[in-house]
Design a binder for this molecule. Sequence first.
Ligand code: SF4
Length: 101
Amino acid sequence: MNTSRRSFMVVSIGMSAALWLTRARADAPHLSESDPAAVAVGYKEDAAQVDKAKYSNFAPGQTCANCSLYEGKSSDAWGGCSLFSGKLVAGRGWCASYTNM
Ligand code: SF4
């Protein structure tokens, strides 16, 4: 097999794997607010519902979509989070582990 054909095959396999991973992630279940791991950090799908008395570190404008742990694009309604492997969090959500970008 010549080098250009081998390179083409490597690139094709890499692109297929990336597409598969993207689809697998998009199909991941949404994190439930009642999931014990979510409860532990006060996760809410809607940041407006955060218990501000309990989580005084919450600041208006903070959402999953602008948290450094969010693995989606800031415009995505749902995306991965490095805290909750295998589940998607709401882009407009929030939890106490929020980290500024
Ligand atoms: Fe959202 Fe960030 Fe909490 Fe993950 S760590 S749930 S992205 S606020």
